[in-house]
Design a protein around this ligand. Structure first.
Ligand code: NI
Length: 154
């Protein structure tokens, strides 16, 4: 259990492609524990391994529905679109509008090495897409849409 240092957006490690996890060992379990600790300490809803300087395909997510640990996650299916504001622990004090699918289905491995399927809509779909992007060196700031003019819906 340890808090790791969160890398900030200018750090080159955030732009690398992460490698798949080949073996679930103590080292990986410690990484998962530390990533959850680090995410909760920073009040985030998700964290990807490169954000703590580790180039492995591992993410943790908790949007308030419990901790999700995903090893080697891949998107199997996506539907629809949604646009909402996103932030990132690696881009402090900023947010921007990003278009994401409104539904995603992700396959991953859990810490026991079991294959799991996670489906997400709304914030969970955003969190899954945002964290999986990190594994390919993509930050939400790469995808930000121009700010919408204030419009009143009648
Ligand atoms: Ni992020």
């Amino acid at each position: 259990m340890a808090i790791r240092k969160i890398r900030i957006s200018t750090d080159e490690v955030l732009r690398k492609i992460c490698k798949p996890v080949k073996e679930i060992n103590d080292h990986l379990l410690t990484l998962l524990d530390d990533m959850a600790d680090t995410m909760y300490e920073a009040n985030g809803v998700g964290l990807a391994a490169p954000q703590v300087g580790v180039l492995k395909r591992v993410v943790v997510i908790d949007i308030g529905e419990g901790l999700l640990e995903l090893i080697n996650p891949v998107i199997l299916e996506q539907k629809g679109t949604q646009i909402d504001y996103e932030g990132c622990l690696s881009v402090p004090n900023a947010s921007g509008r990003v278009e994401r699918p409104s539904y995603v289905k992700v396959e991953a491995m859990n810490r026991k090495g079991e294959t799991i399927i996670v489906e997400g809509e709304e914030l969970m779909a955003v969190a899954l897409c945002h964290e999986l992007d990190h594994l390919d060196g993509i930050l939400y700031i790469d995808k930000v849409l121009p700010d919408e003019e204030e419009t009143e819906e009648v």
